[in-house]
Ligand binder design. Structure first.
Ligand code: NAD
Length: 324
């Protein structure tokens, strides 16, 4: 099979591409390598993919999804079995400071992709997010519940993606699957996210700002479980000929308190964490907890990695990467 992976220099895109290469699939990777976080890490990920033992099956093209002409050209030159669309302006808090980036990448970029697959009929798996659940009061978030109260523009663009994808699926008989990822973490993870940010603060003996005074919990999901879920999706839908639209939560299903995460990190680094309690930040959700019943039933997905195991893997990588 041949895959187009958008956002392949990103955290999830890298791990997915690496797994696909290990199975000898062909991967065409695109990314605009934006500077939302350290581009050294993005370049490092691409370098690793270029050195993979199946590198013959890998090609990387620097591309911004706003460039529809170039994107169209890539589709003309390749016959993809799947597009796995992970490129996006990620980050919840940044969407308050730089909203235009979210419209450009998440709305226009996604629209360009849909406009192309409308004709090529390529199967699409795209990244949505737990943040679409927004202001919900439900204790456990399930795909069937209504969610029309996003807390920031990031969430609004991800909800828009789901609606845009539905419209294109329905009009042009496409196979489209949206995956709502819940707080993904692991080696080569994102520097703007809690696991990485807190690690850096612990190592540097700096204060960790404990937003909402630590009364947050997250459904932390380890990267290998996320990749496995995407692969299960590919296998389930690869031979289907009919039009399909599905949304799945991709999560561990077992939320943990932020303070528990800090304790685990502190233990792994063998260093005390310094905490500075702070107020709830604008646009933040307090708790996230997925119901993964549908994902289990449809995809036979079963998350395997517990937070303490995943944190250990992350810290091992972090120490090596930062030469600690
Ligand atoms: N990591 C998580 O916890 C999480 C949770 C929910 C949803 N998601 C979603 O999953 C996807 C992957 O997330 P990630 O954690 O790997 O993020 P990431 O930021 O590491 O990866 C996204 C990549 O997309 C690229 N990109 C952004 N705009 C682009 C554009 N216009 N054209 C081409 N490339 C562009 C970036 O340079 C980046 O390398 C994103 O859509 C994100 O919103 C992630």
């Amino acid at each position: 099979m041949k895959f187009l992976i958008t956002g392949a220099a990103g955290f999830i895109g890298y791990h997915l591409s690496s797994n696909l290469l290990s199975q000898k699939y062909k991967v065409v990777a695109v990314d605009n390598i934006n500077s939302y976080y350290d581009i050294k890490l993005k370049k490092h990920r691409i370098k690793l993919l270029k050195k993979d033992k199946n590198k013959i099956n890998f090609s990387f093209i620097k591309l911004d999804l706003q460039n529809k002409k170039k994107l169209k050209h890539i589709f003309k030159q390749n016959n993809f079995d799947f597009v796995i669309h992970l490129a996006a302006q990620a980050g919840v808090r940044f969407s308050i400071d730089r909203p235009e980036e979210y419209i450009k990448s998440n709305v226009i970029g996604f629209f360009n992709l849909l406009e192309i697959i409308r004709y090529t009929k390529t199967k699409l798996i795209f990244a949505s997010s737990s943040s679409v659940y927004g202001k919900t009061k439900q204790n456990s978030f399930s795909e069937s519940q209504k969610n029309s109260e996003p807390l920031q523009l990031y969430a609004a663009t991800k909800s828009s993606n789901e609606l845009m994808a539905y419209a294109y699926h329905s009009l042009y008989n496409l196979c489209v699957i949206g995956l709502r990822f819940f707080t993904v973490y692991g080696p080569l993870g994102r520097p703007d996210m809690a696991v990485y940010k807190f690690s850096k603060k612990i190592v540097q003996n700096k204060n960790i700002e404990l937003f909402n005074r630590g009364n947050h919990s997250r459904d932390f999901t380890y990267i290998s479980d996320v990749v496995e879920c995407i692969l299960k999706c590919v296998n389930k839908y690869k031979n289907k000929k009919e039009k399909i639209y599905q949304i799945f939560n991709v999560a561990n299903g077992k939320p943990e308190k932020i303070t528990y995460l800090i304790n685990l990190l502190s233990k792994e680094f063998n260093k005390k964490a310094r905490l500075r309690p702070d107020k709830l930040q604008m646009g933040d959700m307090i708790n996230t907890k997925a119901s993964i019943n549908k994902t289990k039933r449809f995809l036979k997905f079963k998350p395997k990695v517990k937070l303490n195991e995943g944190v250990k893997e992350f810290v091992n990588w972090f120490k090596k990467y930062h030469k600690i």
